[in-house]
Design a protein. Structure first.
Length: 144
């Protein structure tokens, strides 16, 4: 079997593996193997083709890393809409025996606790309350 067919086979295998993995890493080695495949038609020394494969693959990989770093720095982290829930009004849907509430905010149900324990008895089903803060999956509410 000719050297170029081995490089072509290697390139195809790496391209298929790239499709099966969630990374963007093996594509550059597939392109490097394709370049070595083309060069092996003209160059008979195996070590030169291996150097071409490694050089092109590593240069493509390094150039992609710089581009990705620049693009990732340009994007600002976006807050989830749940982070905007503080200060919104909510409606108490149900009251549990343990003193917690189920409230509806922005069309979603959340578990809630009274921010001030003295207001807990004054909050009943159907009451409109204000969200003071959110910690994990629990909202802290106060009576309006």
């Amino acid at each position: 079997m000719a050297d170029w067919t081995l490089w072509l086979f290697f390139s195809v295998v790496l391209a298929i593996l790239e499709l099966l993995t969630p990374t963007f890493f093996l594509l550059w080695f597939s392109i490097g193997a394709l370049a070595a495949c083309i060069s092996s038609v003209f160059i008979v020394h195996d070590y030169v083709n291996v150097i071409i494969f490694l050089t092109i693959s590593i240069l493509l990989w390094l150039s992609t890393r710089k581009i990705v770093k620049k693009l990732s720095k340009a994007e600002s982290p976006k807050a989830l809409y749940q982070d905007d829930i503080q200060g919104k009004t909510a409606k108490i849907k149900s009251v549990s025996d343990d003193g917690s509430f189920i409230v509806t905010v922005l069309g979603e149900e959340w578990k809630a606790l009274a921010a001030d324990s003295s207001e807990k008895q004054e909050m009943t089903c159907g009451s409109i309350v204000k969200v003071i803060k959110r910690e994990s999956n629990i909202l802290y509410i106060q009576r309006l």
